[in-house]
Design a protein around this ligand. Structure first.
Ligand code: NAP
Ligand code: ZN
Ligand code: ZN
Length: 348
């Protein structure tokens, strides 16, 4: 077994604290990645704090993992020792169901094995990227370009693919008017992608102090979502709206902004349900949809697209001693725009 060190939550109220555990020895298909950086996703906070009701402790969070290959199994050809490599939200799936075969492993019928707060199919608990090393089957490991700052690449593994995938699925592009709700980790990448795909992009925010940053990242307009008049003026005008908000909020407002056949796609995952009125959906034949991360082929496509177009996350690099502070700032919508943990600080 490989000795690993990380930070874990022991229950829903305890602060993250140092934790030692074991990773499996690499099998023929496995890649051992020494972790350099791991992003802090709001999903980490939801799960550490038990907000989704699915939490298993001890929990080592982290599913935006970037590092270097430390060892490879005998059948691994795509990676060699020293290569940059990345692991996202999924570390295994059945590989045989319709969705796995379609490369949409995030919807695996047997259930995905997630990077943390999950179990391998043999029952072993999974531990995530707030740690020094991870062992993952090569099918779930991605190559990353050495051209990009690896710390700023880390958030692409969840926030990036979660926004890229629905924008691609609903064919967002030139001639469309697209809304992004919330300028956090997901929102700022959704904004960059929608702009890069050629759409006209409006950012909806509760933090008008972020307006200038949003424009720099490609927003054509920034709207204060608490300004009822400004919201009313936009009714029936959007093709697609990507909602990344992490807390319960009124979705009817955004549905009302859709024109005929428009779609609101919910990627934010608040812990409580929000009511949707039939009359938010019926006019204009509107749809309310959801989307989960993305499959392995599309995740690699997104990473390659980012390398080609110079798209990365805007990050604040933190040490492991600042996790509590970082979590509090994320919850207060005060992250600019993703915290990434520098895993060197684990060794000190
Ligand atoms: P984040 O960085 O905290 O961003 C969320 C943003 O939502 C905030 O920056 C804020 O933007 C806005 N917001 C927060 N509270 C709000 C409220 N009460 N009312 C209105 N707006 C509010 O979080 P994240 O990491 O991007 O994650 C966002 C959500 O997506 C989380 O629920 C996370 O679990 C979920 N998620 C889902 C998937 C998936 O596969 N579907 C994948 C990853 C994450 P402004 O300051 O601009 O208003
Ligand atoms: Zn995430
Ligand atoms: Zn499957």
């Amino acid at each position: 077994m490989i000795q690993a060190n990380g930070y874990a939550a022991q229950n829903e109220t305890s602060p993250l604290a140092p934790f030692s555990f074991e990773r499996r020895d690499p099998g023929p298909q496995d890649v051992v990645v020494d972790i350099d950086f791991c992003g802090i996703c709001h999903s980490d906070i939801h799960q550490v704090r038990g907000e989704w009701g699915n939490s298993k402790y001890p929990m080592v969070p982290g599913h935006e993992i970037v590092g270097k290959v430390a060892a490879v199994g005998s059948e691994v050809k795509r990676f060699k020792v020293g290569d940059p490599a990345a692991v996202g939200v999924i570390v295994d799936t059945c590989r045989e169901c319709e969705n796995c075969k379609a490369g949409e492993e995030q919807y695996c019928e047997k259930g995905t094995v997630e990077t943390y707060n999950s179990k391998e199919y043999n029952g072993t608990p999974t531990f995530g990227g707030y740690s020094n090393v991870i062992v993952t089957d090569q099918r779930y490991v991605h190559t990353i370009s050495p051209k990009l700052d690896p710390a700023a690449v880390a958030p692409l593994l969840c926030a990036g693919i979660t926004t890229y995938s629905p924008l691609k699925h609903w064919k967002v592009g030139p001639g469309q008017k697209v809304g992004v709700v919330g300028l956090g980790g997901l929102g700022h990448l959704g904004l960059k992608f929608a702009h890069s795909f050629g759409a006209k992009v409006v950012l909806f925010t509760t933090s008008m102090s972020k307006a200038e940053d949003a424009k720099r990242m490609g927003a054509d307009d920034v709207v204060n979502s608490k300004d009822e008049q400004a919201m009313a003026a936009l009714k029936n005008s959007f093709d697609f709206i990507l909602d990344t908000v992490s807390a319960p909020h009124d979705m009817n407002t955004y549905l009302g902004l859709l024109k005929r056949d428009g779609v609101v796609c919910q990627v934010g995952a608040p812990d409580k349900p929000a009511p949707v009125a039939a009359f938010s959906l019926i006019p204009n034949r509107r749809s309310l949809a959801g989307s989960a991360i993305g499959g392995m082929p599309q995740t690699q496509e997104m990473l390659d697209y980012c390398a080609e177009h110079g798209i990365v996350s805007e990050i604040e690099l933190v040490g492991v001693d600042k996790l509590a502070e970082a979590y509090d700032r994320v919850v207060k919508s005060d992250v600019k725009y993703r915290f990434v943990i520098d895993m060197k600080t684990l060794k000190q």
